[in-house]
Design a protein around this ligand. Structure first.
Ligand code: HEM
Length: 465
């Protein structure tokens, strides 16, 4: 964790005019448009992205009402950094409770405090910069196979293929083993149903309804059971093999807790679930957006192809090329700016505190939206334009701190940022080099808001370059 320069607990922040005028923290304003009983719920359900993106006009921190509940929304880049770095906030709230209930409560994504620190120490080595090149051959192969599965002129279902490549890559790199050849398909099918059902359970928290023996509930329960069974098989197979490859699973199997005792079977299981779900869903959705960019912005696809040809020549793209593919990398970053798959993040205040001069009571739920922050015209010139060159070294300094953090900030920052960026750059390079893409009739690339943000139903046709 890097503790950066924003001081989250300073009650008087001279950079913030509200705080400067009010040395005593004040209550944040109530967002406009709430209605009796439902509060802002209808706006959030109808148009979550638009609603969250408009909130900055109302204040740096604003209150939202959902029935009897108040939620605080943070709207400026600096305050999202302050929130993420302030130890008075931890991961809790409806999003996390739902994840904990369904995926398990012992994984790193849902733990807090000393347990979370101990878990990060176990998993972090698998993601350090120096560990990533060892994943290169698997990443190259998966990126190349994805491009090879696009047959000339045939419709290509980006949803299933993107999740497939994401899950396969995470599993083959971090949990090395043979099981993935059949396991990946099962895992992807289970995860697709689980994520859809989890999102529904979060936005419509109608607890008892989800226990009725309805077909949708049965499908959901079967998928969840299959996900957990598959993870048990992965762990059992590794144990039976006697192998100890240098990977995340070995680190988990050998991890000890603060008393020096091996961590529990439940914790090993929940950690594997946490990494497969977090890795599959996020990388899968980002691959979809990258394929959409290549299809919808042919001039950028051509530029990526030209860079790959200049760097790589006639041979296949390999992992070692990634650091030279700087334009391709900027295309990935710009796609992640405009379509951040993690579009909302949540925290809970463990103690009464303040943010930017506003009072936050103990127990309050706080949200912020990377989507809103990364599309804010106050932070980005021509904010909705797809402009990979804004990430050139001579221009990047214009972008405010914390205005582009698709992997989060602070002690909860995604452990997989380098891993993901390397893989996404390889995928973009491998596909753009080989194919021109276009959407086919019936393809729908509008935003689908779920646990992650992804295109509704993207289908492309590839023609060889
Ligand atoms: C956490 C984004 C890929 C595993 C996070 C967080 C974000 C994020 C924003 C922080 C959540 C917070 O602040 O509350 C992304 C994006 C990805 C990506 C945009 C790819 C495009 C991956 C992959 C894996 C992974 C490939 C695993 C293989 C995790 C885990 C956490 C996490 C375990 C929880 C960390 C903690 O709470 O300490 N990710 N992620 N992510 N991510 Fe990722």
């Amino acid at each position: 964790m890097t503790v950066e320069s924003v001081n989250p607990v300073n009650p008087v922040n001279p950079a913030n005019p509200v705080a400067a005028q009010h040395p005593e923290p004040v209550e944040p304003p109530l967002a406009a448009g709430g209605v009796p009983v439902l509060g802002h719920g209808r706006q959030l359900v109808r148009d979550p992205l638009g609603f969250l993106a408009r909130l900055r006009d109302e204040g740096d921190v604003v209150r939202l009402r959902f029935g009897p509940k108040t939620v605080y929304a943070v709207t400026t880049p600096a305050l999202t950094g302050a929130l993420a770095l302030n130890p008075n906030f931890e991961v809790a709230g409806p999003l996390w409770e739902s994840l904990r209930g369904l995926l398990g409560g012992e994984g790193v994504a849902t733990a807090n405090g000393p347990r979370h620190r101990r878990q990060r120490r176990t998993v972090q080595p698998a993601f350090r910069l120096g560990a990533i090149p060892a994943y290169g051959p698997v990443m190259e192969e998966e990126a190349r196979d994805l491009a090879a599965r696009m047959a000339s002129g045939e419709p290509f279902d980006c949803t299933s293929e993107s999740f497939r490549v994401a899950v396969r890559t995470a599993a083959r790199c971090l949990l090395r083993g043979e099981y993935m050849d059949q396991g990946a398909e099962r895992l992807c099918a289970a995860l697709a149903v689980v994520f859809r059902g989890m999102y529904r359970r979060m936005v419509v928290p109608a607890g008892p309804l989800y226990r009725l023996p309805l077909p949708a509930n049965r499908r959901f329960n079967r998928a969840l059971a299959d996900l957990h069974a598959l993870v048990d098989e992965i762990v059992a197979e590794r144990r039976a093999s006697g192998h100890r490859p240098d990977d995340l699973l070995t680190a988990l199997l050998e991890a000890v807790d603060d008393d020096g005792a091996p961590i529990s079977e439940q914790e090993i299981h929940d950690q594997v679930v946490a990494f497969l779900t977090a890795g599959g869903e996020t990388v899968g959705a980002t691959v979809m957006w990258l394929l959409e960019v290549l299809a919808e912005q042919p001039e950028h696809a051509d530029k990526v192809c030209a860079e790959v040809e200049a760097v790589v020549g006639d041979r296949p793209v390999v992992f070692a090329d990634v650091r030279k593919l700087s334009h391709t990398n900027n295309v990935v970053v710009e796609a992640m700016r405009l379509r951040p798959v993690v579009w909302i993040l949540a925290r809970r205040a463990v103690a009464g505190t303040e943010l930017g001069g506003y009072r936050i009571p103990a127990g309050a739920d706080i949200v912020y939206s990377p989507y809103a922050i990364q599309r804010d015209p106050r932070s980005y010139e021509r904010h909705l334009e797809f402009d990979p060159d804004r990430w050139l070294p001579e221009r990047v300094g214009d972008i405010p701190k914390y205005a582009m953090r698709p992997f989060g900030v602070g002690n909860r920052k995604c452990p997989s940022d380098h891993f993901s960026m390397a893989f996404l750059t390889l995928v973009t390079a491998s596909v753009a080099r080989r194919w021109r893409l276009e959407q086919v009739p019936g393809s729908d690339a509008t935003h689908r808001v779920g646990i992650t943000l992804r295109p509704q139903r993207l289908t492309v046709r590839a023609t060889p370059r």
